[in-house]
Design a protein around this ligand. Structure first.
Ligand SMILES: Cc1ncc(COP(=O)(O)O)c(C=O)c1O
Length: 454
């Protein structure tokens, strides 16, 4: 008798060592084989970085799609799309019926803003001054082309949450707004907004909420979607959830399933199974109403499904290779706690972490530190903080230098200071922040010195 038959399966399981979850840090970059080994990656917040196992899955889907396009599109794609949405919903603990894939957060915002039946003679949108420019531009487009009105809440960080909420409240209480668009986590600077209270504030004032959660999935718990039920929310999956580019998610409150439309408008607009049934009497009718997000979004013109059909693989990577969301987050927070004093020391006297008195601006994956500029640059600093075009030009020159050093960090002028945003990801370790801080500090000095001697 072989020994395995003598051991009860549960005992056997205990004897087999579970594969050790690899430690994070630079050695973990082996899971990201496409990354140039000479690069110090400190800007995950912009585009994310896809693990090799996920790009392999993406490649397999491409090959399957190309292998027999007709069968893939006519027979398999819809079913696999639904499976991937289910897997995502299970992972995020959300109701899959409210979710659809979109290519990115910008597309999510466009999908919502271009699905609303605006009354352009009176409707007004509220956004904030740190809104992502691509999304703010969608509002501006509707204003320029159709006359939609909008207002901007000025946000100048570091802001206390109460102060931020009071600024929104002051505007919303006027009763002048149909929709309010706000970030969960802003881009530049990378700070968290009190999005749950903002959703409640919108409800209180009967204003539609559109939550730009581009950085949400993979950084914060999204269960608030099903409990607080904002009207709309979009998040990227390619930033912090390790899905391939271009992969995002759109959440739509059930009360808008009838009116939301895919971008682009496609076949689905007039398909029978994409129409909302006002007073459903049969189980079939109810099922149709509950399936509208799927029916409207799974096919809206020919695309590669490779990124959407790699979502389950990305989740597996996070669960099995990384050891789960808690372990990831724990590492990010710890590394951030260690990296902040290092960056402050590298930047020198006057450098500040962007934070408020209750520490609510922080997110696990990003922090912002001001880069103090020496007195000799005071005239140039004045230009940087007051002239957008001058700053853009300066930023481009700094970026070119940082690219050449293979350690790029994004810069922003905000509230009279120059800020550097650092990302924190499982493949980072403390030394990266020394390299990054030196790269950006020397690039800025080099560009400003060249300006002084011009
Ligand atoms: C707050 C915010 N909104 C929207 C976006 C747009 O994301 P994407 O370019 O993937 O559409 C970003 C990207 O960084 C962002 O930070």
């Amino acid at each position: 008798m072989g020994c395995t038959q003598l051991i009860a399966p549960s005992t056997l399981e205990a004897l087999i060592p579970t594969p050790a979850v690899m430690s994070f840090g630079k050695s973990f970059r082996s899971h990201f084989p496409h990354l140039d080994p000479a690069v110090t990656p400190l800007n995950h917040g912009s585009f994310g970085l896809t693990p090799g196992c996920v790009t392999e899955q993406q490649k397999r889907v491409c090959e399957t799609q190309e292998g027999y396009s007709d069968r893939f599109h006519f027979s398999d794609a819809e079913r696999i799309y639904a499976q991937q949405i289910q897997a995502l919903a299970r992972y995020l603990h959300l109701d899959p019926r409210n979710l659809a894939f979109v290519t990115n957060a910008t597309c999510g915002v466009n999908t919502v803003l271009r699905s609303i039946k605006w009354d352009f003679s009176r409707d007004r949108v509220l956004l904030h001054s740190v809104s992502y420019a691509a999304c703010a531009n969608t509002v501006k487009f509707l204003a320029d082309y159709y006359g939609l009105q909008y207002d901007v809440v000025k946000l100048d960080y570091p802001l206390e949450d109460d102060d931020l909420l009071a600024r929104f409240h002051e505007k919303l209480a006027t009763g002048s707004y149909r929709l309010c668009m706000f970030d969960m986590i802003s881009s530049m600077p990378g700070v968290k907004l009190p999005y749950e209270q903002l959703i409640q504030l919108c409800k209180q004032h009967d204003v539609l909420s559109l939550v730009d959660g581009a950085h949400g999935a993979g950084l914060v718990d999204l269960q608030f979607l099903d409990t607080l039920q904002p009207d709309f929310m979009t998040t990227n999956l390619h930033k912090w959830l390790n899905a391939p580019k271009s992969c995002g998610m759109l959440y739509v409150n059930p009360k808008h399933h009838a009116t939301i439309q895919s971008l682009p408008i496609s076949w689905n607009y007039s398909l029978q199974n994409c129409q909302y049934i006002p007073n459903p009497t049969t189980a079939e009718d109810r099922l149709q109403n509950e399936s509208l997000m799927h029916n409207k979004f799974w096919f809206a013109g020919t695309i590669s499904y490779a990124q959407y059909f790699s979502v389950e693989e990305a989740i597996k990577f996070r669960e099995e290779t990384c050891g789960g969301e808690d372990r990831i987050r724990e590492y990010q927070w710890q590394l951030q706690r260690d990296a902040v004093p290092l960056v402050l020391a590298e930047f020198g006297p006057g450098a500040k972490l962007l934070q408020n008195s209750t520490n609510t601006l922080a997110v696990a994956g990003m922090f912002n530190v001001s880069l103090p500029l020496s007195e000799k640059y005071s005239v140039l600093k004045q230009k940087l903080v007051s002239d957008v075009h001058y700053f853009q030009n300066f930023r481009e020159k700094c970026a070119a230098l940082m690219f050449s050093r293979k350690a790029f960090l994004p810069l922003v002028c905000h509230n009279g200071e120059l800020w550097v945003r650092f990302s924190v990801q499982v493949y980072n370790e403390l030394e990266d922040y020394r390299i990054g801080a030196r790269s950006v500090k020397s690039a800025v000095a080099e560009v400003l010195d060249a300006e002084l001697s011009a």
